[in-house]
Write a protein that binds this ligand. Structure first.
Ligand code: SAH
Length: 224
C-alpha cells in the first residue's frame, strides 16, 4: 500500500514513520510512505503556498495551485483510490474506516494549515474528508500520521502476531481486556490468578468477561 502525503511541513512527518511498526512495514515493503513538500509545487517567486482570504477576515488560506500541481503529477504516475483531506469538519475517523482504507492500494493525503485550504481543492480533487476528533489542531500532519498508523498496522504481515490486531478495542464490539506482564507480584499488587493458571479456555472466558465489563462501564454505546 502506498501513501503520498502532501504538506507544507514535511519535517513534522519524519519521526512518526521512522520507528517501530511503521518502520518495519516499510522495510518489509508492505507500506510505502512518501512525503511531498507543497512548496516544491509552488510557481510563486518566494515559493509561498498561502494567501489572504477573499472577503477578508483572519488567517491565511492555502492556495489551489500548489496542491493541484502536486495531485496532478501524482495522478499522472499511478491511479489513486482516494484523495483524503484531513479536516476537523470531516467524518470522524474510527476503526471501521481504518479497516475500509487498509484494503486500498494508493492513497493521497492532503494536510491543511493556517485557516484551511481553498474550497475548490476540496470540490475538485478530494474524495473523502476525515477528522480525527472534535478539536482543532494547527495542521493536518499529526492527523495524517494518526490515519496512516491506524491503517498500516491492519495490513496483513505488518504485525508480528496477526491475531493481536483482531483483539484490539473497536475491532469487534468490545474494548480490549486488561493486560499484565512480569512480575506476577509487584509490591503486593498481584496479577489475577487465572492468568497464571495455564488454562486457556478459562483465560479466554475471563478475558471476554473483563472486556464485556469494561465496555459496559466505559462505552455502553458500543453494546447497543
Ligand atoms: N478553519 C478550520 C481549521 C483549520 S486548522 C476549521 O475551523 O475547520 C488547520 C488544518 O489542520 C486543517 O485544514 C486540517 O488539515 C488540520 N486539522 C486541524 N484539526 C483537525 C482534526 N481534528 N482532524 C483532522 N485535521 C485537522
Amino acid at each position: 500500500m502506498r501513501f503520498d502525503i502532501v504538506t507544507v511541513l514535511p519535517g513534522l512527518l519524519e519521526s512518526p514513520f521512522a520507528h517501530s511498526i511503521l518502520l518495519r512495514a516499510q522495510k518489509k515493503g508492505i507500506a510505502e510512505i512518501h512525503v511531498h513538500n507543497l512548496r516544491d509545487y509552488s510557481s510563486a517567486k518566494h515559493k509561498n503556498v498561502d494567501d489572504y482570504p477573499y472577503g477578508g477576515g483572519s488567517g491565511m488560506v492555502m492556495m489551489i495551485e500548489p496542491f493541484a500541481t502536486c495531485i496532478e503529477k501524482l495522478k499522472s504516475e499511478r491511479e489513486y483510490d482516494e484523495v483524503i483531506f484531513m479536516s476537523p469538519d470531516g467524518v470522524t475517523f474510527n476503526q471501521q474506516l481504518a479497516n475500509q482504507l487498509s484494503i486500498q492500494k494508493n492513497i493521497i493525503i492532503l494536510c491543511g494549515h493556517y485557516k484551511g485550504i481553498d474550497q475548490r481543492i476540496r470540490d475538485l480533487y478530494v474524495t473523502r474528508e476525515i477528522s480525527i476528533g472534535d478539536y482543532v489542531l494547527s495542521g493536518g500532519e499529526l492527523p495524517a500520521a494518526v490515519l496512516v498508523d491506524a491503517i498500516v498496522r491492519l495490513i496483513p504481515g505488518v504485525l508480528s502476531d496477526e491475531t493481536s490486531a483482531l483483539s484490539d478495542s473497536f475491532q469487534g464490539e468490545l474494548l480490549d481486556a486488561p493486560v499484565y506482564t512480569r512480575p506476577a507480584d509487584w509490591n503486593g499488587h498481584k496479577v489475577p490468578d487465572i492468568l497464571l493458571s495455564g488454562n486457556t479456555p478459562e483465560i479466554e472466558k475471563w478475558r471476554f468477561e473483563q472486556a464485556l465489563e469494561r465496555t459496559r462501564k466505559r462505552r455502553p454505546d458500543l453494546l447497543e
